[in-house]
Design a protein around this ligand. Structure first.
Ligand code: PHB
Length: 404
């Protein structure tokens, strides 16, 4: 296969495997730096555009989309949130990001980030090939790695590059190219998952509501004035077929119920999915001429809304060092990538797993566990230091050395 004849050969400085937000943003930023890329993805553009993912962008990431010329749609269609609500035992506590740490986040679904990036690549003449198959990444321990793939029309292509970037998501095949005896995989599984819905209903609350209840966690998020996104903790082997709309609403209502009489506004449910998650990091993130970014190298549980932001941070660092690695400094310039990326990755790993354990109930947990957890939640919502800690972690750490 590696040397079988192909129908076309192209040469480009950087080949990117994966056309999700991380791969496309990298291609966009490199394009601005005058570095050519070719991006391939096994999924179709439509499949990526319609797969529901998280919806929270750090302010710096939002600004990067606007200021690097991807699109300013986020400013028109996104919602800036200056806080979140933590609902504990049916009582709401607001964590005011603006007041506590001078920050905010943007509610702007990942599907929109993807659409903006795919449009920008098209507008700027970037090469992005969706719906390819039989992708092979070859020769990554040399300075002439290659990517081979079959296009949707059946033609076989080869990309010759100086570097290959693995941006191929949580089921990455690129990460397996780091030999088993040279890589370490760190991680943990959780004994629960999220049941996610999209509903045609009016907004129930002005900001996101993260709810802890003795029945388990729930998250009330939004998409637009007329479409809502909500999640509740479920078992990882839950089956969507067992959940008619009424049962979903009863479960969500019970998890947010309280003395204040708060109720979710209900409507037809248009999508139901069980989302399994885990905490995961593979090191090293670089192997020869292969570099991993985003979910290919690390995943976090969705509770802290860190995943997309972390991927975009990797990409920002890589877009900074790759042009130098391709220029006069040469390959050693890439050495800066991993330590700069990993520092934020492990901070985010800590925050995401902390927030997950803070808000979810452990199946089979004892009465002591529940009371200890309520004590911890009281420390978070009931003290300024606790709220400020959550606010600082949730809004991300500045990538530009200063807060806006
Ligand atoms: C979402 O809107 O889908 C969302 C928001 C916050 C999270 C996870 C998902 O922590």
């Amino acid at each position: 296969m590696a040397d079988a004849p192909v129908d076309s050969v192209t040469t480009v400085p950087v080949a990117v495997v994966g056309a999700g937000p991380a791969g496309l943003m990298l291609a966009h930023l490199l394009g601005r730096a005058g570095v050519g890329t070719t991006v391939v993805d096994t999924r179709t553009r439509h499949a990526i555009a319609t797969t529901q993912r998280a919806g929270i962008l750090e302010a710096d990431a939002a600004r990067d989309l606007v200021e690097t010329g991807v699109s300013d749609r986020i400013l028109r269609e996104g919602y800036e949130h200056e806080g979140v609500e933590l609902r504990v035992a049916g009582r709401s506590h607001r964590v005011d990001f603006r007041e506590l740490v001078g920050a905010s986040v943007w509610l702007y679904p990942q599907t929109d980030v993807f659409a903006d990036l795919a449009d920008a690549r098209e507008r700027d003449g970037g090469a992005v090939h969706f719906g390819v198959r039989d992708t092979e990444v070859l020769d990554v321990t040399t300075t002439a790695p290659r990517v081979r793939y079959t296009a949707p029309d059946g033609a076989r292509h080869e990309i010759r590059a100086r570097y290959v970037v693995g941006a191929d998501g949580s089921r990455s095949m690129c990460r397996d190219l780091v030999p088993e005896d040279r890589r370490t995989r760190y991680g943990r599984e959780y004994p629960f998952a999220w049941f996610g819905i999209l509903a045609e209903a009016p907004t129930s609350a002005p900001e996101l509501v993260y709810a802890h209840s003795e029945h388990g966690f729930a998250l009330i998020s939004q998409r637009t004035e007329a479409v809502q996104r909500m999640y509740f903790q479920c078992s990882p082997d839950e089956s969507v077929g067992d959940w008619p709309d009424d049962r979903v609403w009863d479960t969500l209502q019970a998890r947010v119920a309280g003395e204040d009489g708060f109720r979710l506004k209900e409507g037809p449910i248009t999508e139901k999915t069980v989302l399994r998650f885990r905490s995961f990091v593979q090191e090293p993130m670089r192997w020869g001429s292969l570099v991993l970014v985003g979910d290919a190298a690390h995943t976090v549980p969705p509770t802290g809304a860190r995943g997309l932001n972390l991927a975009l941070h990797d990409v920002k660092v890589l877009a900074d060092v790759l042009p130098r690695a391709l220029g006069r400094t040469g390959d050693p310039a890439l050495d800066a990538y991993e330590p700069r990326a990993l520092r934020r990755i492990w901070r985010a790993q800590n925050f995401s797993s902390w927030m997950t354990r803070l808000l979810h109930t452990e199946p089979g947990g004892s009465a002591f566990d529940l009371r200890r957890q309520l004590g911890e939640l009281d420390n978070v919502v009931g003290t300024r230091a606790g709220r400020a800690y959550l606010a600082e972690q949730y809004t991300g750490w500045p990538t530009r050395g200063h807060r806006p």
